[in-house]
Design a protein around this ligand. Structure first.
Ligand SMILES: C[S@@+](CC[C@H](N)C(=O)[O-])C[C@H]1O[C@@H](n2cnc3c(N)ncnc32)[C@H](O)[C@@H]1O
Length: 291
């Protein structure tokens, strides 16, 4: 029986963990363009960590493996590993999430490793099916949850599949990895909103930009429509001067029972039975309650 020859993967030998950790921690503060703003999902993995892990699982370690007669001597392998680490360091920067130059470099390394694996296994009986140098192996996360892994596998050029027991995650994954590629490169079709400021008028509809624009247009339409129907429940209030003064739209109400004040001088005043008016105590969020 011919055994499959599997070169050691980079992830089995070394990773630039500090860089990955720093980037993963930074990602938590990303509020724009992150799937966590599409739908909350617990135990969601940071995208950049998923990206680094998949890359390091797909790329062969450069170290010498006598049994496979592949790889480099210790000194050269260390230099080569450092080159691969540099790719990972760029890959995990959030700003590079859609940087085609960086992604292409990573994809090229994945292809190079795959072709080395195919070459090692060219005499395997099912080589044509299992080790096709023109077709990367597909990726499947059967417990996909928030979809960090299949999304990043797709970004790195792998055909990506996701499944999960929970229909909510199935919907999240459909929205992230199944639907966008169907509209890749297409211009938006939704009606342009009256308020031009709401729309992105540039003409570059590469990737999922056209689809994103359509979602934005639809969101604008929904907002306007909701405002027409229930806007009267969200009136404008006067902001205290310490919060900049002027008017602001109320977006949430605290519900509380009230009792008449026990103080005879204020017996006509309704007192809310509530222990705090603070909605958030985080420094960066201005969410106090005005009653
Ligand atoms: C920890 S989460 C996965 C998180 C995901 N990797 C991410 O980055 O968001 C585990 C997932 O496994 C799913 N799961 C648990 N048991 C399962 C089963 N028997 N079949 C399919 N999915 C299952 C859960 O619904 C949950 O979404």
């Amino acid at each position: 029986m011919v055994a499959i020859k599997l070169p050691k993967k980079l992830i089995e030998v070394a990773l630039p963990l500090d860089d990955i950790n720093i980037a993963a921690a930074r990602e938590k503060s990303i509020r724009h363009g992150h799937p966590s703003t599409l739908h909350l999902w617990w135990a969601r993995r940071p995208l950049v960590a998923a990206r680094a892990v998949i890359f390091a699982q797909m790329v062969n370690d450069p170290g010498f493996e006598p049994s496979l007669k592949r790889g480099m001597n210790k000194h050269d392998a260390q230099i080569e590993r450092e080159r691969l680490f540099e790719i990972i360091r760029k890959l995990v920067l959030w700003e590079n999430t859609n940087n085609e130059e960086v992604l292409e470099q990573a994809r090229a390394e994945i292809w190079k490793s795959w072709r080395e694996t195919c070459e090692l296994n060219k005499n395997y009986p099912q080589a044509a099916e299992l080790f096709n140098r023109e077709k990367l192996p597909a990726f499947h996360d059967p417990f996909a949850g928030g979809g960090a892994l299949p999304l990043e596998a797709q970004r790195l050029g792998l055909e990506s599949y996701a499944s999960d027991l929970n229909p909510v995650t199935v919907l999240i994954n459909k929205a992230m990895i199944e639907i966008p590629p169907k509209f890749a490169g297409r211009a938006p079709v939704g009606a342009i909103p009256d308020n031009q400021k709401q729309i992105n008028t540039h003409e570059d509809w590469s990737g999922a930009k056209g689809l994103a624009e359509d979602v934005r247009r639809y969101g604008y339409w929904m907002r306007e429509e909701a405002f027409k129907r229930i806007g009267h429940l969200y009136p404008q209030v006067d902001l205290p001067t310490e919060y900049g003064g002027g008017k602001a739209t109320v977006i949430a109400w605290l519900w509380a029972r009230t009792v008449k004040s026990p103080n005879p001088a204020f017996s006509h005043v309704d007192v809310p039975l509530i222990s705090t008016f603070i909605l958030s105590s985080k420094k960066t969020v201005f969410q106090n309650c005005y009653c």
